[in-house]
Design a protein around this ligand. Structure first.
Ligand code: HEC
Length: 311
């Protein structure tokens, strides 16, 4: 069953990638939504593997690149990923690249980058490794720390951030800067949430979220979006009799379904055209957004959200 779904999605993806030279913005949105679905192993099929590798190359530096490499575990991109890390370890892309390199079993290339120095850069890379919760990442970090005493406390690799409820409780006690937090929101959250006068209306509105959720819950909502998906905002995959696949938030009338996709596009499908619908197992809110920010930015963001109260 799962496999059939994956194959259908893949077929759609290949159509988008190769039927047209330039995928339309709508096609791209579909691909982006698909990347939230289950991972799909193409390693057993040379043709598919080649297709995915070519498509990944064409997406370098563009939107959706990291998601694609992640979903299809494109090992061929490892050498490009490590360049992101070495170019500027404080950039958002570097955090994603480190995460992916671990997933692709390319821990050694990170170890090499740590060994290559210079020290400030290696410390910054070690900090990114500290965001990752796997035993391998922890081991690599320990090895690095054993041989490199940090020059200053600022450069110390971040603790395995947010691993436990205690970590979250500690963060929740901190006071952030809501003005800085708003700019973090405008970077990473506005595409799906409305907060006061900023943002798009896709996920739940957050204009009064500070009255609804205490800081600890706000942290959880960001760090573990899959832990509890808000009712009314569950994602669905709709297959049509014409072979189309759409994913998003579904509302229903007697005659038709309306599927709202990320980015604000809605599509209506007559119920008689629906072949099948399935609930997505994960939240439409992507996991790992906190990896794209520093700890301070995360604290500022939560301060901003917490300041959004019922007037
Ligand atoms: C791709 C769209 C998307 C992005 C980007 C996104 N979210 Fe969400 N978010 C959702 C959806 C959909 C839900 C509702 C489903 C769920 O609870 O998982 C949600 C739920 C939430 C909730 C719980 C709301 C409630 O009423 O319980 C919070 C808080 C939240 N998001 C904060 C954020 C923050 C902060 C960011 C930026 C770091 C962000 N989201 C980025 C789509 C998104």
């Amino acid at each position: 069953m799962k496999n059939i779904l994956a194959q259908l999605l893949f077929a759609l993806f290949v159509n988008i990638a190769f039927a047209e030279e330039e995928a339309s913005p709508k096609d791209r949105l579909i691909v982006e939504t698909l990347t939230r679905l289950e991972r799909f192993d193409v390693s057993g099929n040379e043709k598919w593997k080649g297709a995915v590798e070519r498509y990944a190359r064409s997406l370098r530096g563009k939107e959706g690149y990291f998601e694609l490499v992640d979903q299809f575990a494109v090992k061929a991109e490892a050498s490009v990923l490590i360049q992101f890390v070495q170019k500027d370890p404080s950039a958002e892309d570097a955090a994603k690249a480190v995460q992916l390199l671990f997933r692709l079993d390319k821990k050694q290339s990170i170890a090499n980058a740590l060994a290559a120095g210079p020290k400030a850069k290696a410390d910054a890379i070690a900090k990114l490794v500290g965001f990752i919760q796997t035993p391998e990442a922890k081991k690599l970090l320990e090895e690095y720390r054993a041989t490199n005493k940090p020059a200053s406390t600022v450069a110390v690799a971040a603790p395995a951030l947010l691993a436990t409820p205690e970590d979250i409780a500690l963060l929740a006690k901190r006071k952030g800067d809501p003005v800085q937090g708003k700019s973090v929101f405008q970077k990473l959250c506005f595409a799906c949430h409305k907060a006061g006068d900023v943002g798009l209306d896709y996920g739940p509105g957050l204009s009064e979220i500070g009255s609804k959720l205490p800081k600890t819950e706000l942290y959880l909502a960001i760090v573990k979006p899959n832990a509890g998906v808000s009712f009314d905002y569950e994602g669905w995959i709709v297959h049509t009799n014409q072979g189309g696949v759409l994913a998003g938030i579904v509302t229903e009338s007697d005659e038709e379904l309306t599927i709202r996709m990320v980015g604000g596009i809605s599509q209506k499908v007559k119920k008689s055209d629906v072949a099948k619908r399935e609930k997505m197992k994960v939240s439409l809110m992507p996991e790992g957004l906190h990896l794209a920010m520093s700890e301070k930015e995360l604290v500022d963001l939560v301060e901003f959200l917490s300041s959004l109260r019922t007037k």
